[in-house]
Design a protein around this ligand. Structure first.
Ligand code: LMR
Length: 398
């Protein structure tokens, strides 16, 4: 039965990572996959995480099943982190949070849940959006449409185009927004723009679905959820999928969550049975280790302080690198204006180079970037910046 199968092309992000690993050029630079790297090019385990792991190793007494919706303490911790104390209390039983295997698991589960509510749902995604959104959400049968988001000519958010399109979204459709640190562009909505999106959602009665994979990586832990909290307090329904891959560095531990805000406590109770059943049917229950780490860190003041400092350093380093990169590109007398990179948030920006130039960067210089020209700013460091700038100059000048 397998004879008739045809191979698929490699994943645009993970496939690039594999090619990078196989490259023997000692000067190679991986600007591809969205994984934080320190100044030595490593993706270290955070100190707070290590300490939490040591403590868990001593204190855990069982590896018995947790359940399809995960650990209650973790779910409350994530809800508090995303929504904040006041909003969480005021939402009461209109809110539920369930643990998922990473943000991807959360997106897939939320998609299953949406398909149960309405199998014909159309979800509007930003143009462009993260390469895995369509495979994840589409595999539950959701249909897609796009709203304009990024203007490649001006290297900035096309908010006018976005809003005009959102005002045409039919009632009952879903609109997927990135909570912060838009992947792949790094161009985020400002508070005034979030207000206008909120008003469009109320007027047009579409449901908002927020992918929050980078809380704390843009401007700050609280600042990065301005939009999420604004929508959570104003809209009757909201879906938020969050991830601890980046802000806790728990990538392989698959630590995420779905938070749902429903019109009523009754609808929330019903939804929770559907989400639990979807989890059970997909993977039975989420892995525990990452969630136990997050729960412990966020509820132990000493660990929390260490983690806050580490996360601040991660964010500040990325923001410093953005400025340094722009400065160095300017100093190299590269004609193109890259100043937009300095204003963007999170790990990514588009370099704005064309497919041919990307090919040369990869094949001739072993500088790896996704074929949309998305680069991971966190991969730049003192050891590779000279090579990066001189290679870019050669490619751009040729
Ligand atoms: C990325 O966008 O590079 C990351 O979110 C990793 C992934 O799974 O694609």
């Amino acid at each position: 039965m397998f004879q008739s199968l045809q191979p698929l092309p490699p994943d645009p992000i993970l496939g690039l990572s594999a090619t990078f690993k196989a490259d023997s050029n000692p000067e190679k630079v991986d600007l591809g996959i969205g994984v934080y790297k320190d100044e030595h090019g490593n993706t270290p385990i955070m100190k707070a995480v290590k300490l939490a792991e040591e403590s868990l190793l001593k204190s855990q007494t069982t590896k018995s099943y947790v359940g399809p919706t995960g650990a209650i303490g973790y779910n409350e911790t994530i809800a508090r982190m995303v929504l904040g104390d006041t909003l969480l209390d005021s939402l009461g039983k209109r809110r539920l949070t369930i643990q998922t295997p990473g943000g991807c698991g959360g997106l897939r589960l939320a998609a299953d849940f949406i398909a149960k509510a309405n199998a014909d749902t159309t979800i509007w995604v930003s143009n462009p959006t993260w390469a895995n959104h369509k495979p994840l959400l589409g595999s539950a049968g959701l249909k897609f449409n796009q709203y304009p988001y990024y203007d490649y000519l001006t290297h900035s958010l096309d908010f006018e185009g976005m809003l005009a399109c959102l005002k045409q979204v039919p009632e009952g459709d879903l609109v997927l927004l990135h909570g912060c640190c838009h992947n792949p562009s790094g161009a985020d909505l400002n508070p005034e723009q979030w207000l206008q999106v909120r008003d469009a959602a109320i007027e047009k009665k579409f449901t908002v679905f927020i992918d929050l994979a980078y809380q704390g990586m843009g401007t700050g832990l609280e600042e990065d959820v301005y939009g999420v909290r604004l929508l959570a307090e104003s809209l009757p329904e909201l879906i938020v999928v969050s991830s601890c891959s980046k802000n806790f560095g728990l990538y392989r531990e698959r630590t995420g969550a779905v938070t749902l805000i429903c019109e009523s406590a009754k609808s929330c109770a019903t939804s929770s049975t559907l989400l639990a059943a979807a989890a059970r049917a997909n993977y039975s229950m989420p892995p525990d280790h990452g969630a136990a780490i997050v729960q412990l860190i966020m509820n132990t003041p000493d660990l929390r302080e260490i983690w806050d400092d580490e996360l601040n350093e991660v964010r500040n380093r990325i923001n410093r690198l953005r400025s340094l990169f722009v400065q160095r590109l300017r100093a190299a007398s590269i004609e193109q204006d890259f100043s937009f990179i300095e204003n963007e948030k999170g790990m990514f920006s588009f370099l704005g180079v064309n497919e041919n130039q990307i090919k040369v960067l990869i094949e001739k210089y072993s500088i790896y970037l996704v074929n949309s020209s998305r680069i991971n700013i966190a991969s730049i460091n003192d050891s590779n910046i000279d090579y990066l700038i001189s290679s870019l100059k050669e490619v751009l000048d040729s």
